[in-house]
Design a protein around this ligand. Structure first.
Ligand code: 13P
Length: 254
């Protein structure tokens, strides 16, 4: 059976000490309160990764991820961080293709395909984000956009590599807006994504792929979203910055 995952994306928030206190609260609550087989992933800024990975040692339910990685192995790319470096500090996951990276840093599907290859090569599991903008939804292009993002971003992978991918459907119009997709809207896209995976890699791999929902997810709306048959957890922005809210979302699977 596929994994249930709740991943927090801190984005560019939390200085070093704030991040450590938030994470120690999360670990303590998860340890005492989370009983199911779900996994919590905390995707912090680079500066926290090593310390968080040390703190998470021994707690199998909480692992660490980064929010970006460069496509090159190493070299003269001032200011960038490689997948190998991220893996070396103990991170397991990396978010790739977030709409904020696509929008503000011009990341294209083609570039993201290269980042995915490099991340996998160095043992990181990509949480690969896809999702349409409001204009695209209103002009009824959302299925085409999702299909293109999948085809150009991850469908070049071998079966063995694709099995390490977690997908996250994040409608851009729902991110940070307080406007969540309804559980029906999200389920419709998640089911479509799973059909596309089945067409490319077969039923078994499709059934085993974890597909997260992201966009204004809160402890209040998570139970209904996560009850949908094709929604396997969430990618949480704002609510992951409050330990109580984040852990309450993780606990939806208890
Ligand atoms: P919010 O939960 O703040 O809407 O952010 C979602 C997101 O972008 C997670 O990657």
């Amino acid at each position: 059976m596929r994994k249930k995952i709740v991943a927090g994306n801190w984005k560019m928030n939390m200085d070093y000490n704030e991040g450590l206190s938030l994470f120690s609260e999360v670990i303590n609550m998860v340890k005492d309160e989370v009983t199911g087989s779900q996994q919590a992933v905390v995707c912090s800024p680079f500066i926290h990764l090593h310390s968080l990975a040390q703190m998470a040692k021994g707690y199998h339910k909480v692992v660490i991820g980064a929010q970006n990685a460069h496509q090159a192995e190493s070299g003269a790319y001032t200011g960038e961080t490689s997948a190998k470096m991220i893996h070396s500090v103990g991170a397991e996951y990396v978010i790739l293709g977030h709409s904020e990276r696509r929008q503000y840093f011009g990341e294209t599907n083609e570039l993201l395909a290269r980042k995915t290859d490099t991340a996998l090569k160095h043992g990181l599991k990509p949480i690969f984000c896809i999702g349409e903008t409001l204009t695209e939804r209103e002009s009824d292009q959302h299925f085409d956009i999702i299909k293109t993002q999948l085809t150009e971003g991850v469908f070049h992978l071998s079966e063995a590599h694709f099995e390490h991918i977690v997908l996250a459907y994040e409608p851009v119009w729902a991110i940070g807006t307080g406007k969540t997709a309804t559980s029906q809207q999200a389920q419709e896209i998640h089911a479509f994504i799973r059909i596309e995976i089945a067409a490319k890699y077969g039923q078994e791999i499709a059934a085993n792929t974890t597909i997260l929902y992201g966009g204004s997810c809160t402890p209040k709306n998570a139970p209904e979203l996560f009850a949908q048959p094709d929604i396997d957890g969430g990618l949480i922005g704002g609510a992951s910055l409050k330990s109580r809210d984040f852990v309450d979302i993780v606990k939806v699977f208890n």
